[in-house]
Design a protein around this ligand. Structure first.
Ligand SMILES: Cc1cc2nc3c(=O)[nH]c(=O)nc-3n(C[C@H](O)[C@H](O)[C@H](O)COP(=O)(O)OP(=O)(O)OC[C@H]3O[C@@H](n4cnc5c(N)ncnc54)[C@H](O)[C@@H]3O)c2cc1C
Length: 403
């Protein structure tokens, strides 16, 4: 078989976001994936509506909420049950429409149902060997096979923190959250025991999907070791029980587990990554879809330029690609986010409530910019400093690791 310009591994959001941009360039591209690119994605993807609006893609939302709130009180008194109103629209992506929209743009790209086993580089060209025995050669291999990729080299880290969540879509005896409401974080801790409050707090992420159907998910922002699905499930059920809410029917269960602070990949390697494989998850929130959509066009354009140079080896192409994906600016921001996450992971539920309560007192532009990773580095430093100055002393000490 002829050597391809680009071979993409995977057919999840990362693979399709990048492939849909690469398809605009005049390149020979193929994809291989364990699953068909048409197979329905299993995860429920949420996003701030403005992230899609800025790209003209807001029609891809299946649901949109203006009533967006969090709860950072202790859940005991009236004051402790007061909501923090975000006054900023949040949405749920219509997976099918999103997937179809991207696939439509992947004109001319064929996907084979194969699983990559090994990738080698010889005479400046990469070769992917599949479990079936099939061998494919490409000038550049892009690994978009997700967070568990075996092919991307990165510094070793033993205690990688994971975001874990257990959620259900279903019908309930009474609304678990207000009608037409989206709850980003309900940190009220009344369903947690003393030990859980100290060592592994979790919050409720929930939304009204209409038609008396709700999605409720017990979420651990990040912890090492990860909270098990069993523990999260028990917590979710206790939380509902404490509210007097009974589950009548479950339509869908979501089991969520992915790494939050994977070290950034090495820039000198012959495979380029994108998406989970390239540590693109926002280390302070766990979101990634917005950044896939924002970062794919530039990477695709640049790769097409580099590929015009016929003598570029796989390692030269991939290294240049890594520079585009993780330039100094984004690398520095990533370090700041990781610093923040590392501190948050040491906070008990009381400190977390206090931290997020201060965080959402930032201006909307500031907190949205922080959560979507769209603030330029100096602004991010300014926002983080402002947040620090405005926080209570116990949070300041916690952020400095003096507690
Ligand atoms: C349950 C859950 C909910 C999430 N919710 C959100 C959210 O609301 N908003 C948000 O922004 N982010 C969310 N995330 C985080 C992140 O956006 C997702 O993990 C996202 O699916 C990662 O995209 P990806 O394409 O990198 O990897 P994946 O979606 O994991 O896709 C990997 C692809 O590679 C294929 N593959 C794997 N191994 C091989 C191989 N060896 N050879 C060939 N193909 C292979 C797989 O079949 C699959 O097609 C969520 C994650 C999870 C797990």
């Amino acid at each position: 078989m002829k050597t391809l310009d680009i071979l993409i591994l995977g057919s999840g959001p990362a693979a399709l976001c990048l492939a849909s941009e690469l398809a605009k360039q005049n390149l020979t591209i193929m994809g291989i994936s364990t699953k068909s690119p048409k197979a329905k994605w299993e995860n429920t993807y949420g996003i701030w509506a403005s992230e899609l609006e800025e790209l003209g893609l807001e029609s891809l939302l299946s649901h949109r909420w203006s009533n967006t709130v969090s709860f950072f009180g202790n859940g005991i008194s009236e004051k402790g049950n007061k909501s923090t109103e975000h006054r900023y629209d949040y949405g749920l992506i219509n997976q099918e429409a999103f997937q179809n929209e991207l696939l439509k743009k992947c004109k001319g790209i064929e996907w084979l149902n194969e699983t990559a086993k090994q990738i080698t580089e010889e005479k400046n060209i990469s070769e992917v060997i599949c479990f079936s025995g099939l061998k494919l050669k490409a000038r550049l291999v892009i690994d978009a096979s997700g967070h568990k990729s075996n092919f991307i080299k990165r510094p070793e880290r033993k205690n990688v923190a994971q975001q874990a969540a257990y959620g259900i879509v279903g019908k309930f005896s009474s609304p678990p959250v207000e009608k037409d409401q989206f709850v980003l974080m309900d940190f009220r801790p009344d369903h947690l025991n003393k030990n859980e409050k100290i060592s592994s707090p979790s919050f409720l992420y929930a939304m009204d999907l209409g038609n008396e159907t709700y999605f409720v998910e017990e979420t651990s922002l990040a912890s090492y070791p990860a909270l098990s699905q069993d523990r999260l499930k028990k917590r979710l059920f206790t939380r509902l029980e404490n509210k007097g809410v009974k589950i009548k029917e479950i339509y869908h269960e979501e089991n969520c587990l992915f790494p939050m602070n994977l070290p950034l990949p090495l820039k000198k390697q012959f495979v380029l990554g994108f998406g989970g494989a390239a540590s693109m998850v926002h280390p302070a929130s766990g979101y990634m879809i917005g950044s896939l959509l924002r970062r794919a066009p530039l990477l695709a354009e640049k790769l097409a330029i580099y590929l015009k140079e016929p003598n570029q080896s796989s390692i030269e192409l991939a290294s240049k690609g890594w520079e585009v994906l993780w330039p100094n600016e984004l690398t520095q921001r990533h370090k700041l986010y990781q610093y923040g996450l590392q501190r948050l992971m040491r906070f008990d539920e009381g400190k977390l409530r206090s931290f997020f309560s201060s965080f959402f007192k930032l201006s909307t532009k500031e907190w949205v910019g922080f959560l979507t990773n769209t603030l330029p580095l100096p602004k991010l430093i300014y926002v983080m400093s402002k947040m620090f100055i405005n926080s209570p002393l116990k949070i300041k000490l916690g952020m400095l690791n003096i507690n």
